[in-house]
Design a protein around this ligand. Structure first.
Ligand code: SF4
Ligand code: SF4
Length: 56
């Protein structure tokens, strides 16, 4: 199961730098995770200052 980023995201971009498979990109007002690329490592959740990423 992939991680997803909630609307809590403040688009800081920190998670995108931490993702080992570059699954995170900037979307419309928040960052988004490509579910097909995500390996569910949890690095984004550990990096996010507002706890926006969670496992779906
Ligand atoms: Fe990337 Fe890991 Fe977050 Fe998936 S869980 S988006 S692989 S950092
Ligand atoms: Fe959004 Fe959190 Fe990623 Fe920053 S680290 S872009 S707040 S999901």
């Amino acid at each position: 199961m992939a991680y997803v980023i909630s609307d809590e995201c403040i688009a800081c971009g920190a998670c995108a730098d931490e993702c080992p498979v570059s699954a995170i990109s900037e979307g419309d007002g928040k960052y988004v995770i490509d579910a097909d690329t995500c390996i569910s490592c949890g690095a984004c959740a550990g990096t996010c200052p507002v706890g926006a990423p969670s496992e779906e």
